[in-house]
Design a protein around this ligand. Structure first.
Ligand SMILES: [Zn+2]
Ligand SMILES: [Zn+2]
Length: 340
């Protein structure tokens, strides 16, 4: 099969992936083989390619927003049938036995498997995944519209949960990329007022077209105090701007694996008053299944830019340079040719 492989260390920073022929993997105990229909590109893939997430193997196929169909079952797999449409997300598996798993916080598992990082992901024609971590996907819409739901969407949704958003709240979204443009659909469904602070005219226009109540620049403070905010930009300044926008008792959820620097802020002015600063780490299967069901109920359709697998490096670069409105999605050759 064709696969876009990251060999560590990446020889060329601007094109870290090598699209090459590799053997189709075989599903092991409890696993399935999926025929990939589409795989979303996530900013985390950039951090993996840049080595900012430390290499765990000599080479890996990135991609953790896989929409595909079950091609083959490994041993001891139940509840899944060949041909079924399924999704795979960042959380590829957990041990189920560590203290955090036992507390129901599998997103913080001590021994997690991360798709497209600790195991091969979906920048390929086929991918193997643990059957008990699959998310069942609907037959409609097309896979290119489903893939971005599987990290950008789920993580955005988890961020709203971490920020304890209630229906009707005033919520700030700082940054308006792949995650935020899906989270806003959930917020509108919950009748929230949504205040978007983001750089770039096209991202601001997308926010307006998706029903934002107010749109400003990246660190611009909304005109009203917010009940909660989610930051998506990997920027300490943005975190400070979000904190400064909160009412007393409000919550900022930081949705970024990296910040460019530790935010410096005035405790008395910005955190006093039981304001809270929280990080959002990974996801749970419950987040994934709840969000996919909600997305179907609302009819969420992402804004996508589709790249052929052979153009995987171009897709990464476009995301790195912030040239994509919405989400970038990679499709394998046969899918790109229009076959079912
Ligand atoms: Zn991701
Ligand atoms: Zn665990």
């Amino acid at each position: 099969m064709r696969a876009a492989v990251l060999h560590y260390p990446a020889p060329i920073a601007s094109s870290p992936l090598v699209v090459e022929n590799v053997p189709i993997p075989d599903p092991g105990d409890g696993e399935v083989l999926l025929k990939v229909e589409a795989c979303g590109v996530c900013r985390t893939d950039l951090h993996i390619a840049a080595g900012e997430l430390p290499p765990l193997r000599q080479a890996v196929v990135p991609g953790h927003q896989i929409a595909g169909r079950v091609e083959k079952l490994g041993a001891n797999v139940g509840g899944v049938r060949v041909g079924q449409r399924c999704g795979v997300s960042w959380l590829g598996g957990v041990d189920g036995t560590c203290p955090l798993c036992l507390r129901g916080r599998e997103n913080l598992c001590d021994h997690p498997t991360f798709t497209g990082y600790s195991v091969d992901g979906g920048y390929a024609e086929y991918a193997v995944a643990r059957a008990d971590f699959l998310v069942s996907l609907p037959e409609q819409p097309p896979a290119t519209d489903l893939a971005p739901l599987l990290c950008a969407g789920i993580i955005g949704f988890r961020s709203l949960r971490v920020a304890e958003v209630q229906p009707g709240d005033r919520v700030g979204l700082f940054g308006f990329g792949a995650s935020a443009h899906l989270a806003i659909e959930v917020l509108k469904f919950w009748n929230c007022e949504v205040y978007v602070s983001t750089r770039g005219r096209s991202h601001q226009q997308l926010a307006r077209s998706r029903g934002a109540t107010w749109v400003g620049d990246a660190t611009e403070r909304p005109p009203v105090p917010l009940d909660s905010a989610v930051t998506f930009a990997p920027s300490g300044d943005v975190v400070v701007a979000a904190l400064a926008s909160l009412r007393k008792g409000g919550i900022v959820a930081i949705n970024a694996i990296h910040l460019d620097r530790v935010p410096q802020f005035d405790y008395d002015r910005l955190l006093w008053g039981e304001r809270q600063l929280r990080s959002v780490a990974n996801m749970t299967r419950e987040d994934a299944r709840d969000f996919v069901a909600l997305a179907q109920q609302i009819g969420i359709r992402p804004r996508t830019t589709v790249f052929a697998l052979e153009q995987a490096n171009e897709a990464l670069l476009a995301v790195a340079e912030d040239r994509i409105d919405g989400a970038a999605v990679i499709v394998p050759p046969e899918q790109a040719a229009g076959n079912p």
